[in-house]
Design a binder for this molecule. Sequence first.
Ligand code: UDX
Length: 447
Amino acid sequence: MALKITVIGTGYLGATHAAAMAELGFEVLGLDVVPEKIEMLKRGEVPMYEPGLEELLRKHVAGIEGSSGRLRFTMDWAEVGEFGDVHFVCVNTPQKHGEYACDMSYVDAAFESLAPHLHGPALVVGKSTVPVGSADRLAARLAALAPAGEDAELAWNPEFLREGFAVNDTLHPDRIVVGVRSERAEKLLREVYATPVTAGSPFVLTDFPTAELVKTSANSFLATKISFINAMAEVCEAADGDVVKLAEAIGHDERIGKKFLRAGIGFGGGCLPKDIRAFMARAGELGADQALTFLREIDSINMRQRGQMVELAREALGGGSFLGKRVAVLGAAFKPDSDDVRDSPALNVAGQIHLQGGQVTVYDPKGMDNARRLFPTLAYADSAIEAVRGADVVLHLTEWREFRELDPAVLGEAVTTRLILDGRNALDPEVWRRAGWTYRAMGRPKA
Ligand code: UDX
């Protein structure tokens, strides 16, 4: 009989994982502790913008016409405990307030709530990004709290999905990493992932600490790549070089690769910044802090980019104060194809200029509601053209396709001054310059 799967926590990761598991043919029950989220999901609606996710949900959520009916949602822990053979824990692990370490309270609460309802054999699979050593501790907690005792087993299976590509990354993962302690756990997870493994996804079997570390080290490597190229942008800026050409040239070396070498205002979002900080904090606890001191530099290079963008704008406006200057900001989400504004470099830059007296108007294709909630004092416009109307300078801060397709001639009619600063090195300088704009970006020649 097909395995029954539960998914605990239906945020980005959980909602996508639940829909993907239903797509793979399993009966799935999703649980969240936020009633509004569950109500939305039951109607086949997604609480965030993620391309393709709503379609996938609607294809499987029970009660929706024409759906497979394989996916249901609940708030009842007993029902979840009763239902599942495999329970995926997908709750978030944010940064602790005022500390680098990650806040494990949602993960701990999920285990405390689930375990007492595990009366028979069950595999609990952690997917959340956690400090190394957590799985060991949670395995013991599980065995102590579950009526099934040792039959309630733990595995660790980190998730590498990117926002904006979550559905594809979940259905066709570039690797599946599972930390297990028994053949039974391995067998169950091979069954869960049989379809992507047959399609070619590598299945990497590890112990608990390695599985946990794969995730944080992968994100640290990605963060390092971005800060590396941003450091090169600073040097190019000083030496009058072109960081985009430089990235292209070094990217031809297969050992380096082209991806994640886009210089600009740096990384943000709900993962990279907090993951590298939590990693440093954990290494400190383990007495291995020296190994990760370089991440401190990666973090500060990244944060410096935001300030440099503000200074580039100030300089472009004549070097004085922002008072009375109209600044149009294109982009609020931390990256394109997402409505997520958590630790968004774009909003950070917009906020800094606003706090220094600039009249900032923001437009983002999908991130407007979240941006308004986080930064209610900024002005918002309903379109790019409305945002730039009367602007003394336009800042391109999230590289949405919509912005790349803007017609510089049309925008030029709306602004006061044809001055664009590309914080993502994603626009074609020639196209903008031909239309009479001054184009500037960090680490690129001035004309
Ligand atoms: C990341 C990891 O990629 C993913 O594997 C993990 O599971 C979660 O964290 P995500 O946060 O969705 O995913 O975003 P990602 O695509 O990695 O981008 C992170 C940030 O880096 C964005 O703000 C993006 O704009 C920035 N970035 C990315 C750059 O500044 N330059 C680049 O070249 C690439």
